[in-house]
Design a protein around this ligand. Structure first.
Ligand code: G3I
Length: 372
């Protein structure tokens, strides 16, 4: 089913009502995964229910022909992992380098995949010149110029943009829960809505999302982040800010309890705002798991199955992207290595590009999801 933006947004309101009724912590549910047709790709299993499946794209990994073929065969959407961040796009204050972002766009379009951009505004991945060039006097102009130039460059080609990434941190002590980033310090809290207005003006067709992390677990810090995220998005909608969706990154640990009633209620409230929900960066960390590879793989697969089964009960969830497709190229190898030094296995394919049990778990979750 062609997922035009209009279809993407229709029916999101109250699309999660069922979740509230059905929400019960499903973590630890031991469920044998139903049989799946392994001749179909994950993209096909998802598309059968009107869901877009894809993964993060990197320039270097896609130069590996076997990996590139796997991504092109399994995915219907790709997101730039690093190529559209400030430190990749902006070699100098007066220069843009679109080579990486264009390479990923060409790969996506040549494989019939949609393309989403990550991310226009973040306090990380900033170029080395940033902190001694951008200041309170020029920050707003620098931000708006960046968004206008970059979004216009891909206007009409971009499925969606993560306009602002990870702007909330209640630990910074602000009543609004916003993170005390350089952008907030130099421009003020209105930088977020300014960014969305600028992106919409540059490409009215693109879906514009706010992307956040660590809002999935059933614990107090995550609940505080959820409440601040809900407040931000509610206020933006009230003010007519062109925000169309929430990206829930979904970087999970295999042992994290997810799928609880507070998160279910949160999804319900996000859908009631008429926002689409995208799972934007999913992987399941096996860093702290012990035991055989087989038992660790099963625990990772179970978490994929439990989490996606829970999330996909909410009809506002329109896309599922993993953060890489194979552990041959995952950020976790460097950022969250296993203490025993054995390879991490957080994704639907292992480093030999063989499907892990997580592949079947993801396919089974799509098969049992309701159509959107
Ligand atoms: O490409 C250079 C390489 O030329 C150089 O030799 C090497 C030296 O260390 O660095 C390479 O760049 C690294 C880049 O990843 C590509 O591998 C950067 O140092 C490194 O900081 C960068 O990390 C990325 C990180 O975001 C920061 O931008 C990770 O790959 C990426 O997976 C991670 O993704 C973030 C999302 O954007 C936001 N949500 C959380 C997620 C995980 O942190």
């Amino acid at each position: 089913m062609e997922l035009t933006r209009r279809k993407f947004l229709i029916g999101t309101a109250a699309a999660c009502a069922a979740v509230r009724a059905m929400a019960a912590p499903i973590a630890g549910e031991v469920a044998a995964f139903p049989h799946v047709d392994s001749s179909k790709s994950l993209g096909q299993h998802a598309a059968a229910k009107g869901i877009l499946f894809g993964t993060a794209l990197g320039v270097e990994p896609l130069k590996d022909p076997a990996y590139a073929n796997l991504v092109g065969s399994q995915c219907r959407i790709g997101v730039s992992e690093n190529a559209l961040k400030w430190n990749a796009l902006r070699p100098a204050p007066d220069r843009y380098d679109f080579s990486g972002g264009d390479y990923l766009y060409q790969f996506s379009s040549s494989h019939g995949m949609k393309y989403r951009g990550h991310t226009l505004l973040w306090e990380q991945a900033l170029p080395t010149w940033f902190h001694n060039t951008v200041n309170a006097r020029n920050a707003k102009a620098m931000m708006l110029d960046h968004i206008s130039v970059v979004v216009r460059h891909y206007a009409g080609k971009m499925h969606s943009w993560d306009v602002v990434n990870e702007a909330i941190d209640p630990d910074d002590g602000r009543p609004d829960g916003l993170k005390n980033t350089p952008w907030l310090q130099m421009i003020g809290p209105e930088y977020i809505e300014m960014a969305f207005h600028a992106a919409h003006e540059a490409d009215p067709k693109a879906m514009l999302t706010y992307n956040e992390n660590w809002i999935e677990p059933e614990n107090r810090p995550a609940e505080q982040k959820r409440q601040a995220t809900l407040a931000l998005l509610t206020n933006m909608k009230k003010k007519g800010v062109p925000v169309h969706g929430l990206g829930i990154q979904s970087h999970l640990f295999a042992e994290t309890i997810v799928g609880g009633p507070n998160f279910a209620h949160f999804l319900d409230e996000i859908a009631d705002l008429g926002l689409a929900i995208l799972i934007t960066e999913m992987d399941i960390r096996d860093q702290h798991l012990v035991g055989s590879v087989e038992s660790r793989d099963q625990a990772v697969a179970q978490k994929y199955y439990d989490y996606l089964s829970f999330m996909l009960r909410c009809k506002a969830v329109k896309a599922v992207l993993t953060w890489g497709l194979s552990s041959r190229y995952t950020w976790l190898t460097k950022f969250s290595p296993r203490p025993d030094g054995s390879p991490v296995r957080p994704l639907p394919y292992d480093a030999d590009l063989k499907p892990t049990p997580a592949w079947r778990a993801v396919a089974a979750a799509f098969d049992q999801a309701g159509e959107r």
